[in-house]
Design a protein around this ligand. Structure first.
Ligand SMILES: Cc1ncc(COP(=O)(O)O)c(C=O)c1O
Length: 388
């Protein structure tokens, strides 16, 4: 029997390391393995390459290299932004975020709340959109930080971060954005956004896992999350992940080349996938506003279907997609993002996310469109017979 083709539609979970990125990092595992903090030439040569990577990562978001703090990824960057902003201004003990943030924001904000911080979690509407008036009203004299994501990882819905940052600035409140899902898909400019902090993660843009960055705007008060050596200008202790950082720099460089062209190509594939499914299958609906949205993400609700079963059968057909659900104690919980958008538990449990990338082809989309109707019909029939 022929094995099915491998179709990866889960690029918001992670991406394949680009061959150029792998090539860039290997010398730092093989020959140039020195510690960049060492005073001798062998270490200093590595430090210079770290500086070059910092320039490239900074260019991706139009930042000054001195504003880049390399971290172990999006989770650490998000934790560090919340902790760093609050610790630097002890007189401000109020934090504002949204109900659809990644768990690295929501769980850390919950911890800060347990430690005595006041927390406002803003709702979203059924399209996944934020009410800016409500956000503005939530700002208090003691608000330290607003943290709102640029692009939602489950639905791809974009928040108007430049407007959020402007509201914050007017009230003297710091603004952080989790741009982990936006990088490599949209052009990013911290100056145009006007944010004080921004998080990125390399593995979402064809870099390796375990490396990311936190942009900290010049002259912003900030306390490190990790204390240790004086690395990263005293803003993040720990010997730098040199191969990872060099790879991140290369991935940033690649992401900047042809970004709009690639995004247009990926958008066309995503639209073909989405329209193909919506047209050929009854009882399917999109979750979240169609625009403004990431060009690569489609989140679809399949009536009368459990995402768990759908993903299993897709997997058997060689297709990787995901449910916007956290797997806890063996059961799929309904996604907090879809729940916040007012989806019923049944709709949330029947929703899956397709997130495309640069490696996807039109043939893969056609293969999915060919497989899906029979899979959905089979699951619906099973559900029907279980109910009878
Ligand atoms: C929006 C968002 N923020 C943060 C993260 C965490 O990034 P990392 O996997 O690098 O810790 C993710 C990862 O899925 C994400 O989608």
């Amino acid at each position: 029997m022929n094995s099915p083709p491998f179709c990866y539609f889960d690029c918001n979970a992670t991406t394949r390391v680009a061959p150029e990125v792998l090539e860039a990092m290997l010398p730092f595992l093989r020959q140039q393995w020195g510690n960049p903090s060492s005073a001798y030439g062998f270490g200093r040569a590595v430090a210079r390459r770290l500086d070059q990577a910092r320039l490239k990562a900074a260019a991706l978001i139009n930042a000054d290299p001195r504003e880049i703090v390399f971290t172990s990824g999006g989770t650490e960057s998000n934790n560090a932004a919340l902790r760093g902003a609050l610790a630097a201004r002890p007189e401000c003990r109020h934090l504002v975020t949204t109900a659809v943030e990644h768990s690295s924001i929501l769980k850390f904000a919950g911890l800060l709340q347990k430690q005595g911080c006041a927390l406002t979690v803003l709702p979203v509407d059924s399209n996944g959109a934020l009410d800016l008036e409500r956000l503005e009203k939530s700002l208090r004299p003691d608000t330290a930080l607003v943290s709102a994501m640029l692009a939602n990882n489950e639905t791809g819905v974009l928040f108007p971060i430049a407007e959020v940052a402007a509201l914050c600035r007017a009230k003297g409140v710091l603004c952080h954005t989790d741009a982990v899902q936006a990088a490599g898909k949209l052009r990013l400019d911290v100056k145009a956004l006007g944010v004080d902090f921004l998080s990125l993660s390399a593995h979402k843009l064809r870099g390796p896992k375990g490396v990311g960055l936190l942009y900290v705007k010049r002259h912003t008060k900030f306390q490190p999350l990790l204390l240790g050596g004086g690395q990263e200008r005293g803003r993040r202790g720990g010997t730098e992940n040199v191969p990872g950082i060099v790879a991140f720099g290369r991935a940033a460089e690649l992401a900047m080349t042809d970004l709009e062209l690639q995004a247009t190509r990926v958008r066309a594939l995503r639209d073909r996938l989405e329209e193909g499914i919506l047209r050929s299958l009854p009882g399917v609906a999109r979750n979240g506003a169609p625009e403004p949205r990431l060009p690569n993400t489609a989140n679809l609700a399949f009536e009368g279907v459990e995402a768990e079963g759908l993903l299993l059968l897709l997997d058997q057909a060689g297709i990787c997609a995901s449910a916007g659900s956290a797997c806890s104690s063996g059961a799929l919980d309904a996604s907090h993002v879809l729940s916040a958008m007012g989806c019923s538990p049944a709709r949330a449990r029947g929703s899956i996310r397709f997130s495309l990338g640069l490696d996807n082809t039109a043939a893969e989309i056609e293969y999915l469109l060919q497989c899906l109707p029979a899979i959905v019909a089979r699951l619906r029939a099973q559900g029907q017979s279980q109910r009878e």
